[in-house]
Ligand binder design. Structure first.
Ligand SMILES: *Cc1c(COP(=O)(O)O)cnc(C)c1O
Length: 361
């Protein structure tokens, strides 16, 4: 068996030990005589799994007691609608910071349901930086301010949160969940599709402050109302059982093998530094993002020559570094180095890049 280093922006790598454990438990989960794929979501065994998963989210992310943790389906994209329908409910106004495609999609969706205003944007420079904002940029009567915390496509991240005063802050943390500690009390709501950092596709985690629940727009479909799921402990209908189980295994890996989110951050900073240090000193490759806003998770880079970029992607793929082609709006390459990417994967990639540079310059 030979496994590649998968630099995909998502779905992405899972820890090998988690895949092995899942394989071991595939036919008979802990003496139940069934796979988790087959069991009733109302069974005692699955109840243990989903309760453990919630406990781990709360413990690892230090979630305050006045927040609900929800396990939903529909991906990050459904949250673009759910956030608007559930939270744009007092003055029917929300302010959006446009830092890339995902924020833009969320904003456009919200604009279908109310007065969604783009208050700042970094589109003028292909989203290569995080626009600076102050409290004065936001409308006093906005129901919430929306950000995309880590911009998967462009490789920027909020190292410091915008000051929104007492306006609830909502963040899409799909591509950075559990990569570093995060102070949940600073947010009204955060959400994340699981397939970047936590599990296979199919699960979306929402963490929402309780006082924001229960005031959704009348048009909100029952399945899109957070309260429906909060009241039923995420068991209103069949949840994505197997994906929740894998998320639980990944969180156990973060807790027991890595040692929690502080340690996860150290490891992620070390990995990213290997790549950024090389890019800063390379004569051939260069990063596309301003230094102060660089993401720990997604690292876009270019040679400046489209043909050479294509050659690099082809040779890298042949050498076992797969899915490293950049997004079509940026070009070049993007190495997504989520939690599960081992340090060794990044070290070997940089060796390969050095070699390519020597041969092609
Ligand atoms: C991948 C991604 C999404 C979209 O998630 P889906 O689950 O495919 O709907 C949204 N936001 C961010 C930041 C992402 O990285």
């Amino acid at each position: 068996m030979s496994r590649v280093y998968n630099f995909s922006a998502g779905p992405s790598m899972l820890p090998e030990s988690v895949l092995k454990k899942a394989a071991e438990e595939m036919l008979d989960y802990q003496g139940s005589g069934q796979s988790v794929m087959e069991m009733s979501h109302r069974s005692k065994v699955f109840d243990g799994i989903i309760k453990d998963a919630e406990k781990l989210v709360r413990e690892l992310m230090n979630v305050p007691d006045n927040y609900k943790v929800l396990f939903l389906q529909g991906g990050g994209s459904s949250q673009f609608t759910m956030v608007a329908q559930n939270l744009m409910n007092k003055n029917n106004k929300a302010d959006y910071i446009i830092t890339g495609q995902w924020a833009k999609k969320a904003w456009k969706e919200a604009a279908r349901y109310g007065d969604a205003k783009a208050v700042a944007s970094s589109e003028d420079k292909v989203f290569s930086y995080i626009p600076k904002t102050t409290r004065a940029d936001f409308r006093d009567d906005a129901d919430y301010v929306y950000i995309c915390m880590n911009n998967t496509i462009y490789g920027t991240v909020y190292h410091e949160l915008p000051d929104t005063g007492d306006i609830p802050l909502v963040a899409d943390i799909s591509s950075c969940i559990m990569s570093t500690p995060l102070d949940i009390s600073k947010f009204g709501l955060v959400f994340a599709g699981a397939q970047k950092n936590l599990a296979p596709a199919g699960l979306t985690i929402v963490i929402v402050r309780e006082d924001l629940l229960g005031n959704a727009m009348d048009i909100t479909p029952n399945m899109f109302n957070y309260k429906t799921h909060a009241d039923a402990d995420s068991l209103f209908n069949t949840p994505p059982c197997y994906t929740i189980y894998i998320a639980k295994l990944v969180m156990e890996w973060i807790k027991n093998d890595i040692g929690g989110l502080e340690k996860m951050q150290e490891r992620n900073e070390k990995k990213a530094a290997i790549l950024y240090d090389f890019l800063d000193n390379s004569k051939l490759f260069k990063g596309t993002v301003v230094k102060e806003d660089r993401s720990l998770m997604n690292v876009p880079f270019v040679t400046g020559d489209a043909d050479l970029d294509a050659k690099f992607v082809k040779e890298a793929t042949e050498a076992g570094f797969v899915n490293i082609k950049g997004h079509r709006t940026v070009g070049g390459m993007r190495a997504s180095i989520y939690n599960a990417m081992p340090i060794e994967g990044v070290e070997k990639l940089v060796e390969f890049m050095k070699d390519f540079e020597a041969k092609n310059s």
